[in-house]
Design a protein around this ligand. Structure first.
Ligand SMILES: *Cc1c(COP(=O)(O)O)cnc(C)c1O
Length: 388
């Protein structure tokens, strides 16, 4: 953690270039001008500190990218206008028409929508969904040749984890590229590139931004050739670079990331332990609990825990909705990662098929613990549980 704290606060910055300002400027510029035409013509966007046009690269965004690359132990990071823009860029850069993709069943829903409703019908791709826990199942899928495996660990909803080292080992054997959504771990609590995963994605709209005021995403990898290709083909040509103001806000978010994550995981553990002991709660899904069925994998690869968790009450869908409405400190809204606590039933409108695939119930409640403190959140939950 020692080096990481420096990446969050100082590294990647060059104050001597900006009048020694402690905070870097927001480079609100769409282009860079040169005195000599040949200097302009020879500028190379793939080189550090060479800029031509704001869709290729931006100096404020580059500071953020240097920090993220360091934090995730990659050689290069690229920021996009959203997490989904980063995710789809990674898919498009590693796959082609007709590609076979292996995807974990419980990844972030819009990713499966993109695969099922765009990649399959429009680009003739095929997708094999796996739990990610049965390595024989993963290997069988890889034997059918695949270009990409999409992972998320811990994954949305039931916080399943997968053994990143084992999966990366198989993927290297079968020459399958691996991609992971590492958003809920932040670069502080899990570094998948260290385990042999090829591409890491973070939605900066969540913990990295940290204040519920930006949308942004970032990819990072050790594979320089792949990242240069993504910068040209997927960012310059598809055009989804992060804006300079969002880049600046993400840099600011990073400065306090460690402090926030320490409080958040402490709060979440207290909340999860409180819920687990309540007789009206059937099940709590949280990676920090000793009762998590995959505790051995968690201890091996995670250095900390998210403040997201799910629970199932001893209640119907309607009673669970009333419970949500009885919560006063938890706003009813999607997203997470900011200062404010949130609660919702993410699968309320899911199809029966989707519920079966995700191995859970419609009344699953997801809680995001914010920065209001464990005592306040537990008090709020206690009142709502008593009314149940
Ligand atoms: C929010 C979220 C995304 C998508 O990020 P956007 O910036 O909204 O596109 C992807 N993965 C996870 C786990 C998320 O929570």
């Amino acid at each position: 953690m020692k080096e990481k704290l420096l990446s969050l606060t100082h590294s990647g910055e060059t104050p001597e270039k900006y009048f020694h300002a402690v905070t870097p400027p927001v480079f609100l510029t769409s282009l860079h001008i040169y005195d000599r035409f040949e200097d302009y013509a020879d500028a190379d966007i793939l080189k550090e500190d060479e800029y031509i046009y704001g869709r290729d690269a931006n100096p404020t965004v580059s500071i953020l990218e240097r920090k993220i690359a360091e934090l995730e132990h990659g050689s290069k990071a690229l920021a996009f206008s959203s997490g989904m823009a980063a995710c789809t860029a990674a898919i498009m850069a590693t796959c082609r028409a007709g590609s076979h993709i292996i995807c974990m069943k419980d990844v972030y829903q819009p990713v499966t929508h993109f695969l099922n409703c765009f990649c399959v019908p429009k680009l003739n791709m095929t997708v094999t969904y796996v739990s990610g826990n049965d390595l024989d199942e993963v290997e069988d899928a890889m034997k059918q040749k695949a270009d990409l495996m999409i992972l998320e660990s811990p994954a949305t909803f039931v916080f399943r984890v997968v053994d990143l080292k084992q999966i990366a080992k198989l993927a290297h054997r079968y020459e399958v590229k691996t991609y992971i959504d590492n958003t809920c771990m932040t670069p502080l609590f899990q570094n998948p590139l260290d385990y042999g995963i090829d591409i890491v994605m973070h939605t900066m709209s969540k913990y990295i931004g940290g204040h519920s005021d930006i949308i942004g995403g970032v990819l990072v990898s050790k594979d320089q050739e792949l990242m240069d290709r993504i910068q040209t083909q997927m960012r310059e040509w598809y055009g989804g670079i992060l804006g300079p103001m969002e880049g600046w806000l993400a840099i600011r978010g990073l400065r306090t990331l460690y402090a926030r994550m320490m409080q958040l995981q402490d709060t979440a553990l207290k909340v999860a332990e409180f819920l687990e002991k309540n007789e009206k709660v059937v099940r709590v899904y949280y990676t920090g609990l000793e009762s998590h069925p995959q505790r051995d994998i968690i201890l091996k690869q995670q250095k900390g825990h998210t403040s997201l968790m799910s629970l199932i009450l001893d209640a119907t869908v309607e009673q669970s909705i009333k419970f949500l409405d009885d919560l006063k400190l938890f706003g009813k809204g999607c997203s997470w990662g900011g200062f404010e606590s949130l609660a919702l039933m993410p699968l309320y409108k899911a199809t029966e098929e989707e519920l079966t695939q995700r191995e859970t119930k419609r009344q699953l409640i997801r809680l995001y613990c914010g920065l209001e403190g464990a005592d306040n959140l537990i008090e709020d939950l206690e009142v709502a549980l008593k009314k149940l």
